[in-house]
Design a protein around this ligand. Structure first.
Ligand SMILES: [Zn+2]
Ligand SMILES: [Zn+2]
Length: 146
């Protein structure tokens, strides 16, 4: 199960950095995995509040930063200037609707392959990349026409 793998990774990170393995940190991780998607600190806080009202916003926010340092989460800064977090999973890129804020994921082996070729031709060693495509999603296009 996905959560167990993340939980193990968190435990070993905390241990190697002499940090405590607290119940709160595990609860926040669990909620983060369950909520899924691309969340702001506020989104995750609202999600957690329903199941663990004792956990404050600051704790959620700090724990998300910790997850990023531990390699469990990725921090995104899309064009709207809001910081979002997502649990680390298979490589993918994003499509962002500038009308409703929806974020879609995609993975294209053609694009991945094409950028390797481009980099190679320029003698460039590719370490990572990020594609963010901005536009109007199918739902917003449909509602605009009706
Ligand atoms: Zn939209
Ligand atoms: Zn994503």
């Amino acid at each position: 199960m996905e959560y167990e793998a993340h939980q193990k990774a968190l435990a070993s990170y905390l241990e190697s950095h002499n940090l405590k393995r607290t119940k709160q940190r595990e609860e926040i991780l669990r909620a983060f995995v369950d909520a899924g998607g691309h969340l702001t600190g506020e989104d995750l806080y609202q999600f957690i509040r329903k199941r663990a009202p004792r956990i404050g916003y600051t704790t959620v926010y700090r724990t998300l930063k910790l997850f990023v340092e531990a390699g469990l989460a990725e921090e995104h800064h899309f064009d709207d200037g809001v910081t979002r977090y997502e649990i680390e999973h298979k490589h993918h890129d994003h499509l962002l609707c500038i009308f409703c804020g929806k974020i879609l994921e995609f993975e294209s082996s053609e694009i991945e392959e094409a950028q390797k070729i481009v980099a190679e031709e320029l003698g460039f060693t590719l370490l990572r990349h990020r594609h963010e495509l901005y536009g109007r999603c199918a739902d917003c296009s449909a509602s605009k026409q009706s």
